[in-house]
Write a protein of this length. Structure first.
Length: 397
């Protein structure tokens, strides 16, 4: 079969040779006529030599997402099925350790650009954010159905990045049962996290913070804990499990806080040790700082501040401001767990921002450990953007 070609400008093949999965429009010299979004294309150097196989997206700045770099390995059902099986096998040990909520496919991290697949008990939730994900979706579902024959499938393809590709939002049941309004998934065999598949953020929950939630539990014995951007209260549940004296969950979403409250009861944790505060986090932090409140553990897990390179500078100011306030609220000897889920935020830049925040707060602080997305959110070495969640455990002296 003959496939249409995308030919690169002279000297613009370096990222493809390094197997980065994104081909940007500025590298493209020409595209064969009649190519449609979602179609498989060959990527070629200026002299016509083969470089990679990709899926074309006409309206995106990423002209093609690349899935194969071998000329004898075009994008077909066999290739996609093999990748899905390999990704699921990689998560086997994690599921065996008492985790019923697992990211089965982590998009570029698993060499399937734009395809996210999360498993919550017997519900598998897909999110397709690119034409490349759309192209492999059906084969991925067929393969997952063979691996998990009792699973029901639901779609949450409603991200902003999908709309930028020129795709419309799509959500609903693919096959099997309709998810309940809330379900609970076991984490590390100890805590049950509330998950809202139909109306929650992303696919319903944040599995990437599994290891850091466990860390928070370890730091919470007899502690007063402030959990900011708490969503459905995962960090707060682990803090209570770890023996916290008091936990304050702060979020702007009343429904998320209600789920957090219900999660506390579901896990048989003492509701008397927990508050659920519906308020803007920045405003709450400023108010607590003015009152000179002090906490043993402050957790800052904000949404993505930097959506693009153009917004990175503004995002840096936001991160510095929130970490300054957070550090002011940590008593001497206490800890701050702080995160950035902005893929454009380099770890070294985030550490510098936190250093500047400590100076502004007038405190001495040390980095105890670096934190990151958990092991099922795998990172592809050729694609540093797949390493998106950076965090620091900071001790205040």
């Amino acid at each position: 079969m003959t496939y249409p070609r995308i030919t690169l400008h002279q000297g613009r093949e370096r990222s493809v040779l390094r197997r980065h999965p994104w081909l940007f429009s500025k590298a493209v010299a020409s595209i064969d006529e009649g190519v449609k979004s979602g179609q498989q294309v060959q990527i070629c150097v200026a002299d016509g030599s083969f470089l990679a196989w990709g899926i074309y997206a006409e309206k995106s700045q990423i002209t093609a997402r690349l899935l194969s770099f071998k000329e004898n390995e075009p994008i077909d059902d066999e290739l996609i099925a093999a990748r899905v099986k390999a990704a699921c096998a990689l998560r086997g040990p994690l599921m065996a350790r008492g985790n019923d909520g697992v990211r089965l496919i982590a998009a570029e991290g698993d060499y399937l650009p734009g395809l996210i697949v999360d498993k919550y008990n017997d519900f598998i939730v897909l999110a397709c954010s690119s034409y490349a994900a759309e192209a492999v979706k059906d084969t991925a579902i067929d393969t997952l159905s063979q691996i998990f024959p009792t699973a029901s499938f639901y779609e949450r393809s409603d991200s902003r990045s999908r709309l930028k590709e020129g795709l419309t939002a799509r959500c609903g049941v693919i096959s099997g049962a309709t998810p309940p309004d809330i379900l609970y998934v076991r984490e590390n065999g100890q805590i049950y996290l509330p998950i809202d598949i139909k109306n929650g953020h992303k696919t319903g929950g944040y599995l990437d913070q599994r290891a850091s939630r466990f860390k928070a539990g370890q730091l919470s014995r007899n502690a007063r804990v402030l959990n900011c951007f708490s969503y459905t209260g995962g960090f707060g549940l682990w803090a209570l499990k770890g023996g916290a004296k008091r936990v304050e969950n702060v979020d702007v979403s009343g429904s998320a806080l209600q789920h957090a409250k219900e999660g506390c009861a579901f896990n048989h944790l003492d509701p008397g040790r927990c508050r659920f505060i519906k308020e803007d986090v920045f405003a709450y932090l400023r108010a607590q700082a003015e009152k000179k409140e002090q906490y043993d553990l402050v957790i800052l897990d904000p949404p993505k501040f930097a959506e693009s390179q153009a917004t990175l500078k503004k995002a840096c100011r936001g991160y510095q401001d929130i970490n300054r306030l957070g550090l002011q609220l940590v008593r001497p000897g206490g800890r701050l767990l702080t995160f950035s889920c902005s893929g454009l935020m380099e770890p070294s830049l985030f550490q510098k921002i936190c250093a500047d925040a400590a100076l502004d707060a007038g405190v001495s602080a040390q980095v105890i450990s670096a934190l990151r997305q958990d092991e099922d959110h795998v990172i592809s070495l050729p694609c540093p953007e797949s390493f998106y969640l950076k965090g620091l455990e900071i001790a205040v002296n």
